[in-house]
Design a protein around this ligand. Structure first.
Ligand code: SOE
Length: 390
């Protein structure tokens, strides 16, 4: 019997367009899904660029105006892979015409937008998802299982960093991620959003209070010259002010009594995508490092003293989350599999096989509240309760 098709419209065709497109193609190849995702329409403002991607990736059609896909009755799922400033407009419009929505992180530019998005999906009763993909790294899911089983005991610390270095050249231009009117914030919204979501996912608790500091190391950069691309050292007669952070560090108090330290920066030379988390409890410690994403370090204090030490769990066994759909033990998986596994869960949820899906827009709003509270703390140089911005 032919499976029900889920026609996907993907808005945005560059980095996340590739990660999401690959996930829709691969998910039904590795897992037996109750429905069939279809690469229906991909959307991008640059007709030449989006047409080339549609052709290369096998999208049935392409558009240059996202509004057109919302008018298309055939579309079931709208995937918002655009810069942050358009997440709310597109998602709310999609909800109002009854489409399910999968939106990239951070959900919105601020709490007000995130609240409006949650209100729209609830009012229109549409399924909604946020691409916090690292929840589905098998080692992260295993970490949560171990915490849930009490293997760490009482949680004292969560220590998380997300370290990159791609904008350390002063001649790197003022791209959209470095413009507040498009991104909302810099490394903070882009990277701390992942850490905040993972903290909520792993500890099953909410943030209570935060205190942060922000830093912009390079204050101005070459700007794009219309029709001539981004300025370079040779052509850069004009530079634009950088109005977002290059790094944001913050402290946190959690509702469960644990405390946290968070660091997001794009100025950690040599750290290309250094997402690392350590959780310390009364009975042990877990350590995750995205650059070694198939491993989970576990110190188990309940072992006999002579056997104690950090153990490296290779998270590639069929019993480990999602692995059964991929490869035999030891045949490791990668960054793209976190997106594939997320599409598996989205399709099962859309088909009604599962009743709940996280991260959803409520999770995205909880994350936005913490993001905004930290920015308020940076501005006013004080501790801020999350409820001040909620
Ligand atoms: C930043 O460059 C970025 O692409 C983030 O936006 C993604 O969310 C992260 O997964 C990889 O780095």
């Amino acid at each position: 019997m032919k499976k029900k098709e889920i026609n996907v419209a993907l808005i945005g065709y560059k980095f996340m367009g590739r990660a999401h497109g690959n996930a829709y193609i691969s998910a039904p190849k590795f897992f037996s899904l109750p429905v069939q995702p279809v690469l229906h329409t991909i959307v991008g403002r640059d007709q030449k660029g989006v047409a080339a991607v549609a052709n290369q990736w096998g999208w049935k059609s392409f558009e240059t105006d996202w509004r057109r896909v919302l008018e298309n009755e055939e579309i079931d799922l709208v995937d918002v892979g655009t810069p942050n400033s358009s997440h709310a407009e597109i998602s709310i419009a999609a909800a109002e015409v009854g489409k399910a929505i999968a939106c990239e992180k951070p959900l919105a530019m601020n709490v007000a937008e995130a609240k409006a998005m949650v209100k729209a999906v609830k009012k229109n009763r549409v399924h909604n998802y946020v691409w916090f993909n690292y929840r589905r790294a098998p080692a992260i899911s295993l970490a949560r299982e171990l915490i849930d089983e009490g293997r760490l005991g009482k949680i004292y610390h969560l220590r998380a960093v997300y370290l990159q270095d791609w904008i350390m050249d002063p001649n790197f231009p003022l791209v959209w991620r470095l413009q507040k009117k498009i991104a909302g914030s810099g490394a903070h919204g882009d990277l701390n959003s992942h850490l905040i979501d993972l903290a909520r996912f792993l500890l099953r608790t909410e943030f209570d209070e935060v205190c942060g500091m922000a830093k912009t190391f390079i204050k101005e950069r070459p700007i794009e010259i219309p029709g001539r691309g981004f300025a370079t050292v040779k052509t850069a007669r004009k530079k634009g002010k950088v109005d977002v952070d290059d790094a944001v560090l913050f402290l946190a108090r959690f509702g469960n009594g644990a405390i946290g330290t968070f660091e997001a920066t794009r100025f950690a030379k040599g750290r290309r995508n250094g997402n690392q988390i350590e959780i310390n409890g009364s009975k042990g410690t877990l350590v995750f490092n995205l650059e070694r994403m198939n491993e989970l370090q576990f110190f188990d204090d309940t072992l006999p003293k002579q056997e104690q030490g950090f153990r490296r769990i290779l998270v590639t066994e069929p019993v480990h989350p999602y692995i059964h759909g991929y490869w035999p033990p030891g045949h490791i998986i990668g960054y793209e599999h976190t997106f594939i596994s997320m599409v598996v869960d989205i399709m099962n949820h859309l088909a009604g096989r599962t009743k709940e899906f996280h991260a959803d827009f409520e999770d995205g709003l909880r994350c936005q509240e913490v993001l905004d509270a930290v920015l308020l703390s940076c501005k006013e140089r004080r501790w801020v309760r999350i409820k001040e911005v909620a």
